[in-house]
Every structure is written in C-alpha cells, then in structure tokens.
Design a protein around this ligand. Structure first.
Ligand code: CTP
Ligand code: MG
Length: 228
C-alpha cells in the first residue's frame, strides 16, 4: 500500500482576522502552507500530496516550496471535511493505500512526530491520529456558565493532525458523515461515526494549530524562526 498526503488549505481564517487567509501568513520567509507541505514531503515514502485550495484563491500554485512534482491541487469546499473529501477523491490510489491528512495551519509538526504516527498505525494496521493529553483540569458548564461536572482528565486528549487512515475507509466515512448531515471537524470523528477504532498517538506542543493572532508568534518560536 502507498502513502499519500492531503492538506486542507481552503479556509478563510476568520478567527485569525489577518489581511489574508492564515495559511498564507509567513514564518521565516515561507507561508504556513509551504512549511506544512515541506514536512509531509520529507516523510519517507510519501507518494503524492494533494492540497485543497479555496475556489477563488489559487496563489498557492506559484509558491516556491510547492513546485514538487508529487504535489497536485484541488478545489476545496464549504467546510474542512468537504475540502478533505475533495482532495481524497482527487488521489490516484487504491482503497487500501494510506492517507495522512494534515492542516495547513499546523506548520510546527516535527517530522519525528509524523513518523511516530505512521509507525504506530502500520504496526497496528488501523487508523490513528496525533493528540496531546490535557494538562488543565476540565470543567463542563451549563448555559449560565455554572460548573456542571469536572471531567476525568486522564482520558481526555486534544486532537491534532496528521490523521492517518485507509484511503477507501476514510473516503466512505466522510461521505457517510456528509450524507447524514453530521458536522465533523476532523477525520477521526467521521471514522468514529462509521464505527472504526482510532488509535491516539502522542503528538507535540510544537504542532499547535495557528488559529488566533497570538498563535503565529508561538508557532514561529517553536520553529526557531521569525514571523514574516
Ligand atoms: N480548511 C479547508 N476548507 C474549509 C475550512 C478549513 O481546507 N472549508 C482548512 C484550513 O485552511 C486549515 C484547516 O482546514 O488549514 C484547519 O481549519 P481551521 O483552523 O478551522 O481554519 P479556517 O477555517 O481557515 O479558520 P476559521 O475557522 O478561524 O475561519
Ligand atoms: Mg474553520
């Protein structure tokens, strides 16, 4: 089975509120999208990389680090899951190939963390995702902001990407989720809904998702480079 990469990069970055979608902000002279793509392309055995772009914004095609012949572009959709599904459908591969889905907005992914995920998934023969155990005590609130319960922290994780699944199973799971009208914010959610087991593999704090304005400086710090 081959290994393929997918990067959803069709979002608008509304919470970042920058002058452009956050995947086109720069660290060390390269866009977040280029940095994320470069890491996936360095994964041993990566056969192809499909990047989903916003239909009205194809500036990615001209970026210097996105000229690798393994890269192809596709048009993303309304929600992240739509963009991922569009990319999966554009892959030339077989059902039992593996696909690694990684957010453009996570430029700090250490190559070693990606390799850890791949090793664990291939060894177990079932899908998995990078995730971080929670450090804070977690409260569930009612609508008035009063604490309803304190959750069992030992069993709670923050999902990251990459998320790695069989191409055929993930495509079917995302199609099923879309048909059922269930909104899913990551691939694992779709696989869970379809009844598949998903392994949690320890990720990295460096692999934060750039979401709010203050996150860019933190991502730059982890990368040992400057914003811009
Ligand atoms: N994404 C996508 N297609 C969408 C929405 C999001 O490909 N319709 C991508 C983003 O470009 C990003 C990743 O999915 O790389 C993670 O999503 P998120 O952090 O939510 O990015 P945005 O949707 O762009 O940001 P926001 O939710 O703040 O608008
Ligand atoms: Mg979003």
């Amino acid at each position: 089975a081959s290994l393929h990469g997918v990067i959803p990069a069709a979002g608008t970055g509304s919470r970042m509120a920058a002058d452009r979608p956050k995947q086109y902000l720069q660290i060390g002279g390269h866009t977040l999208l280029e940095i994320s793509a470069q890491t996936l392309l360095r994964v041993p055995g990566m056969a192809s990389l499909t990047i989903a772009l916003h239909p009205q914004d194809d500036r990615a095609r001209g970026l210097p680090l996105l000229q690798d012949p393994r890269i192809r572009f596709t048009v993303g959709g309304e929600e992240r899951a739509d963009s991922v599904l569009a990319a999966l459908l554009a892959i030339t591969g077989t059902e039992d190939d593996w696909v690694l889905v990684h957010d453009a907005a996570r430029p700090g992914l250490p190559l070693a963390a990606a390799q850890r995920l791949i090793e664990r998934v291939l060894a177990a023969g079932r899908g998995g995702i990078l995730a971080l155990p929670l450090v804070d005590t977690i409260k569930r609130a009612d609508r008035e902001g009063l604490i309803e319960a304190t959750l069992e922290r030992d069993r709670l994780w923050r999902a990251q990407t990459p998320q790695m699944f069989r191409l055929g199973e993930l495509t079917a799971a995302l199609q099923q989720a879309a048909a059922s009208g269930q909104g899913v914010t990551d691939e694992a959610s779709a696989m869970e809904l379809a009844g598949h087991p998903v392994q949690l593999v320890p990720g990295s704090p460096a692999n934060l998702k750039v979401t709010l304005p203050e996150d860019l400086a933190l991502a730059a710090w982890y990368l040992g480079a400057k914003e811009g």
